[in-house]
Design a protein around this ligand. Structure first.
Ligand SMILES: NC(=O)c1ccc[n+]([C@@H]2O[C@H](COP(=O)([O-])OP(=O)(O)OC[C@H]3O[C@@H](n4cnc5c(N)ncnc54)[C@H](OP(=O)(O)O)[C@@H]3O)[C@@H](O)[C@H]2O)c1
Length: 293
């Protein structure tokens, strides 16, 4: 049995990972920002440890005694500082394996702030000498759930992806593969995509089949997207980054390539978008924008 700390445990990937690791019999510490967020772990809420990543003392306590750490941090202006706090604690406590969730294309001059931030954290991780595995997931299918309510009553789905294809990956697979890495130990950098490259028109077609509702993807204006995304409650810095991701990076086809690593780790083909669409059909059927706006 391995003692594993999972940060970001209330999030899209982290919450699934906690369940997978617990099912495999590991001793899991599910780090949540506040005690109230333990509820996101459902029946595994008892595994929660409160460790705000902005609180180095709390992070130190959470890391102490762990064999492995899975580092998942939210994109924000505090992300680099938070990740360095976890990496420093892992180094101090002699953690045997740190798995860092990163992104594709980290570089000091990357077009996305979040890719520059991940680059800084990766540099620190390499320097720390903690045995590590860096994981670069592609665009996670579950991201699209936040735009289900943007589908207009007539089925128009306006987003600024252009005709760019994405090798989208299911968060279920990312979590399952992270759990495999906990079993297998440190390895080379991983690029985890789905097995197919789809445009948003393709995705809308598959969602139409799953929901029985005609959903028609339409290329949208980047600035209008940014304004609406901020109005949805996202930090302007993050919203600008996501706008660049869609309108420039995806549109240019830079996230279209399918990589073989995920299938190798899982020992099976990645889950398809059609399966994601079937599993989330209700969310894409029920969510309609408020007509009072
Ligand atoms: N989504 C993608 O397509 C994608 C692709 C590649 C890489 N990534 C990377 O994956 C990471 C995000 O993973 P995700 O998609 O699972 O994100 P997510 O669902 O937004 O989860 C982020 C987690 O971080 C937690 N968090 C935020 N601030 C915190 C703090 N101060 N202290 C402790 N925990 C805090 C959140 O807690 P609360 O629940 O309390 O907010 C949440 O559990 C990012 O580094 C991103 O760059 C994402």
């Amino acid at each position: 049995m391995t003692t594993v700390l999972v940060t970001g445990a209330s999030g899209t990937i982290g919450s699934r990972l906690v369940h997978d690791l617990a099912a495999a019999g590991h001793d899991v510490r599910a780090a949540v920002r506040t005690a109230g967020r333990a509820a996101a772990l459902g029946d595994l809420a008892a595994l929660a440890v409160v460790a705000d990543l902005d609180d180095p003392a709390a992070v130190d306590r959470a890391v102490a005694g762990c064999d492995q750490v899975v580092l998942i941090a939210a994109n924000s202006e505090r992300q680099v500082r938070q990740e360095l706090t976890v990496i420093d604690a892992a180094e101090r406590h002699g953690v045997a394996h740190l798995i860092k969730l990163s992104v594709g294309g980290p570089a000091p001059d990357a077009p996305l702030v979040l890719a520059r931030d991940h680059y800084q954290a990766e540099q620190r991780l390499r320097a720390a000498g903690v045995p590590a595995t860096v994981v670069r997931p592609g665009y996670v299918m579950q991201n699209l759930l936040q735009f289900a309510a943007w589908i207009e009553p007539d089925g128009t789905w306006r987003l600024p992806f252009g005709d760019g294809a994405m090798a989208m990956v299911d968060a279920v697979d990312v979590a399952a593969a992270l759990a495999v890495l906990v079993e297998s130990g440190p390895t080379t950098d991983q690029v985890w995509t789905g097995a197919e490259s789809l445009t948003m028109s393709d995705a809308a077609g598959l969602l139409s089949e799953a929901t029985g509702r005609t959903i028609t993807y339409t290329d949208g204006d980047a600035e209008a997207f940014y304004q609406r995304y901020v109005a949805d409650g996202h930090e302007p810095r993050y919203a600008r980054d996501i706008t660049v991701l869609y309108d420039q990076v995806v549109r240019a086809g830079w996230v279209a390539a399918v990589a073989p690593d995920l299938a190798r780790v899982l020992g099976r083909a990645p889950r398809t978008f059609a399966r994601f669409a079937a599993e989330h059909a209700a969310e894409f059927t029920a969510a309609t924008p408020s007509r009072s706006r």
